[in-house]
Design a protein around this ligand. Structure first.
Ligand code: NAG
Length: 177
């Protein structure tokens, strides 16, 4: 496609504008659609309450957009109303490459939400093994506890759809080491 190069040149401005529109101009419809598609309940912030364009890009898994924000000095550790960071959005949506880009850019992987839930806990609780691995490899705190005193390992001890034997194994090893 011959349009790729010129698009790249102004991609940050363009994407920022699009994201701004999506986040702030139609917050309600945006958040409803995204929440529904991810199964977020009312405690899962999206689209309203301090969601930044970077968070939206992380959630969508738009790696180029995420890298653009990183390069342009966006606040990687900004938190929304619920204390969610861009990394947390990437983790929750299982966007491994976006999460990698954020970590490489220097995002604080240990920052917890208001309930004390770290990105690693989110990955563990939702049974997202590739994300548990990424975060542990990057040095995320495996021993952190949420406001109820639960660790990521504790949260991995669930069955059903979100149960994940591989996650339990990795987290157990991380805690033991
Ligand atoms: C995260 O926590 C771990 C364990 O306490 C620590 O080694 C690591 O440096 C922390 N990373 C950041 C980015 O703060």
């Amino acid at each position: 496609m011959t349009r790729v190069q010129p698009r790249r040149l102004c991609s940050v401005v363009l994407l920022a504008y699009v994201a701004w529109q999506q986040v702030f101009v139609t917050p309600t419809s945006r958040s409803r659609v995204a929440r529904a598609s991810l199964g977020f309940d009312e405690s899962g912030a999206l689209g309203d309450g301090g969601t930044t364009p970077l968070m939206m890009a992380a959630h969508k898994g738009d790696v180029e957009e995420v890298k653009g924000y990183v390069k342009n000095g966006a606040k990687l550790d900004a938190q929304d109303l619920y204390g969610w960071t861009a990394l947390r959005y990437a983790v929750r949506a299982d966007q491994v490459e976006a999460a990698e880009a954020l970590i490489e850019g220097g995002a604080d992987m240990n920052l917890s939400s208001k309930s004390g839930r770290t990105p690693l806990m989110s990955a563990a609780s939702n049974g997202i093994a590739d994300m548990v691995k990424l975060l542990l490899d990057a040095g995320a705190d495996a021993k952190a506890k949420n406001s109820e005193g639960l660790t990521a390992y504790d949260m991995s001890m669930r069955g059903g759809e979100t149960g994940c034997e591989e996650c339990r194994k990795m987290l157990q090893e991380a805690v033991d080491s």
